[in-house]
Design a protein around this ligand. Sequence first.
Ligand SMILES: *Cc1c(COP(=O)(O)O)cnc(C)c1O
Length: 408
Amino acid sequence: MTEKNTAHISTQLIHHGYTPPPDFQAPQPGIFKASTVFFPNVAAMRQRDWKDKSAYTYGTHGTPSSFTLEERLCSLEGGKHCVLTPSGLMALAVASFAVLKSGDHILLPDNSYGPNKVLAEGELTSFGISHAYYDAMDPQDLAAKIQPNTRLVWLEAPGSVSMEFPDLIGLIKVCQSRGVLTALDNTWGAGIAFKPFDLLGDGSLSVDLTAHALTKYPSGGGDVLMGSVMTCNDELALKLKMTMSRLGVCVGPNDIESILRSLPTISLRYAAQDHSARELAQWWKGQKACVQVLHPAVEGSPGHGHWQALCAPQGVTGHAAGLFSVMLHPSLKQDQVDSFCDSLSLFKLGYSWGGPSSLVVPYNIASMRSNWPSQLQQGYLVRFSTGFEDPQDLILDLTKAVKQCLNF
Ligand SMILES: *Cc1c(COP(=O)(O)O)cnc(C)c1O
């Protein structure tokens, strides 16, 4: 017979004797929430190391939930070590903070994700880290801009908004021949379009770091913000973990749960949104109001050959994200372009992508680049991302809005 528990009910409820049987199996892994982690004794408290994932010490240093998501993302992108950040932008920041010090110089593609440039112009500059922009479509321009103190080169394939696909392999080779670290913003490729840690398929060429906005495809819901930084290099992994730890960067378990729930369907969702985007891009090709379709998988789009070599070898359909832009005729007026965007009903006005709703954003390219990119026609750029609506319904929506607003 068990002894009567005489402790106060509060004490009993906190120090309860029941533990559920351990062998529970279900489609989704359990979610573990903790700031405090218990140790069985003082010796364990002194010895445990979180950095190699052999044990738990504190919530910011990892839980079974964060370790599980990190490992699954490594499988997706082909990396060995992964850390999770509260947004995609924070992933870019952590990657830069982990490897840069005062006096270093970094290079960013002129067509990179805008906030990464803003970070270089802001915090990095104030920490004594200088930067310059290179033309992502010209590996020789990159080579010419590498200085003795250039420590890191950011890469993006394709470029944000204008969607030119660079010679990624050529750019990485330039960096490697000069002993400069490479970090790829892999949000577009998402680990599906190409393998950033094995670009040639024979283990001979890899980027050093990837950053990924999990906010986009891994989430797929338009409702979670998260990022990851990944590497195959043990030394860089330790730098990343120490930077994360010193800054206190970590993510909440409920957000991890959302990503873990979405991850099994990522390749199906990516393919569906890819399919819709290509249908829409082809439709735009036949429109008088459109002077250029910017979609790496569409023939004639800047860098199409580079996309084909990396993402669609041997003439297969290949992979591309559900994202493209169109350049609208320069003889239109900005008001007409704005009204066109406003009059769409299935495409919502909003940033980000990878969620259920199709989205549209008009961009002012001239304000985003050092020079008007030579590969772009003059005009008004509008970017689309496809959700999960039926592509024929989306085309109908576009048809109506073009007829109503883009006559000239
Ligand atoms: C969205 C995005 C990011 C930033 O992700 P957030 O989670 O929104 O901070 C970074 N890079 C690229 C290419 C993106 O599209």
